[in-house]
Design a protein around this ligand. Structure first.
Ligand SMILES: [Zn+2]
Ligand SMILES: [Zn+2]
Length: 163
């Protein structure tokens, strides 16, 4: 399953980034651009640790703290959405269009999908009773194709990937 971001989408996201940074008076440093590009070019909703590991290969002097600060800055600019609840497991999404998620409970894979019927649904009053609502996103949980193939082995989900 090879999934890559379409070149024209990546180009659009980078243009949006440059426009938003300019508007907010934020300098587009090499680090900031590379961090954003990494997420904008990924379909995998990477987390801060993954971003840090990948960016460090190209910029050995970058710190995790810088990565975090850049991620929150990009979120504040409205260029990224965060996925997930707790700070440790939070992931980042550069797809700002209405979409839904398939999440693998074994490996943590998150993939986007769109569906007009889900988009047409309105927020139920049972949810509105808790306050004002901002968006409506469905999360389908399941086991991804790769994990299904690995099924016979009784290894648990939290294997440590070093590559
Ligand atoms: Zn999986
Ligand atoms: Zn997404």
């Amino acid at each position: 399953m090879i999934m890559i971001v379409d070149k024209s989408i990546l180009k659009q996201r980078l243009e949006d980034f440059k426009a938003a940074a300019k508007k907010a008076g934020i300098k587009i440093t090499h680090q900031r651009l590379e961090i954003f590009r990494l997420i904008a070019n990924s379909v995998n909703h990477p987390g801060a640790d993954e971003i840090f590991r990948k960016i460090r290969r190209r910029m050995p002097t970058i710190s995790l703290d810088t990565v975090y600060r850049t991620l929150w800055m990009l979120s504040d600019l409205g260029l990224l959405k965060s996925v997930g609840q707790s700070k440790e497991t939070i992931r980042f999404d550069a797809n700002l269009h209405q979409h839904h998620h398939f999440t693998c409970i074994r490996c943590g894979l998150i993939r986007d999908f769109t569906n007009p019927e889900l988009d047409a649904m309105s927020v139920p009053p049972e949810a509105k009773q808790y306050g004002s609502t901002l968006s409506f996103q469905v999360e389908i949980k399941g086991v991804c194709e790769d994990c299904l193939k690995k099924q016979p082995k009784t290894k648990t989900a939290k294997q440590t990937k070093s590559k």
